[in-house]
Design a protein around this ligand. Sequence first.
Ligand SMILES: Cc1ncc(COP(=O)(O)O)c(C=O)c1O
Length: 485
Amino acid sequence: MAVSILSRSDSFKYDQVSRYINDLVEKGELKPGDRAPSLRKLSKQLGVSISTVSQSYLSLEDQGILNAKPQSGFFINALANQISNIPKSTTTLGQPRKVRFGELFEEIFLNADNPRIVPFGTAKPSMEFMPVKSLTRTTRSIISRHPEKCMDYCFPPGDRKLREQIAHQYKHTSTRVSADDVIITSGATEALSLSLQTVAKRGDIIAVESPTYFAVLRMIEKMGMLALEIDTDPVTGMELESLQDAFDTMDIKAVLASPNISNPLGSLMPEEKKRELVNMLAERDVPLIEDDVYGDVYFGDKQPRSAKSYDLNNIVLSCSSFSKSLAPGYRIGWVLAGRYQNKVLELKQATFSATSSINQLAMAEFLSSGQYDRHLVRLRKTMRDQVEKGRYMIAKNFPEGTCISNPQGGNVVWVEMPRGCNCIEIFNRALQKNIGVTPGILFSATRRFKNYLRINCGFPWDETNERAITTLGQIVSDLLEDSRS
Ligand SMILES: Cc1ncc(COP(=O)(O)O)c(C=O)c1O
């Protein structure tokens, strides 16, 4: 009888077959050079059709996990289980710091939009993976049906229908949210900025993940606050013991973290740890600013819950947007600000920054028609394959000793290179070859990630991008050799 190891989730069957093979490789039960189970055998064993297994094997071949040999079947690729994951960091608790990026930040982003530069340095997924036609159709239809509404202001907290739709989306994550809890913002960036300004002021200490998304550090810099970097496990997120130590010795005004898929690590906090984090902060009456922009782009079977769903005391300000999952240019984000709702709203009103009406109305319609949910099912699968292939390509082309994160969602990977590889030097040399990367030092106020890069895998692995990874690997190897000679 066929053993059904496949879960009854909404992910594609062939996708689950791929995961089954990946698991065997990760556990070492299938080693490089081993023959993968035959299509017939696996189809019988898992209770799926031969064409499902075949589809999965082709996708695994594309990701570099399997090699097809004519007349002989599929074999585990030599590099398949040799991708070293990023090791756990073990630094001791540092001091809160003023952030000082200065001109470095602007210099690095000068080329972010240049179409001639290979976009490994951005964090956005390619529009090739987005439902460009259907969202455009929806937007056109909204403009022709409601031209006056589209031309008018849509004052904070934002369009009612959109807020209802966003609240409805939280059903998937067991978080009880109503339209009244939602404030629409211009991207997650505005949501994070309003949240920070609401709960802290100049000179206050904000605990953040390390490494953390550089724009958060930039905001902290510009608001004159201090960043306290807390060690972050590459798999399970911010270390709660380190956070506890920090609370014992410092007056922390807020914690800003991405329990669901952090940037750049791609860590995903286990549910129990999320609950513990929220409880720890509730006990101290310290707000948690949750950055949940990648929450919809997870790779597992089940949608992770937001930290907000554990928030019995209303201390969580949960910020998100459609930037990583649909349309960054529409600039539609939101915040569920809990007990700070009125303060955040006042601040948004005070800046007179109503968010685009057309985009709000279009997004509301796109969500209510079910198109967003259908798109997400495809996007998650695509991004997982993209990232898997990216990890394989990096492992193949970068020098020995390179470690690569194993993200649980999103589209970026965090790459630790052997000591001696200076990320700024790599950034400059890569740019000369029209390749963008994000240097690791941007992800910390202490500049501790000198031998790290963040690489975007959210663009199709076409010939240009594959060649760019090879070139990048060569640049890193050359630099390493220079540093050793
Ligand atoms: C972790 C994280 N938070 C927030 C943002 C900003 O999102 P938005 O474009 O919606 O402002 C990004 C964008 O890269 C991000 O990576």
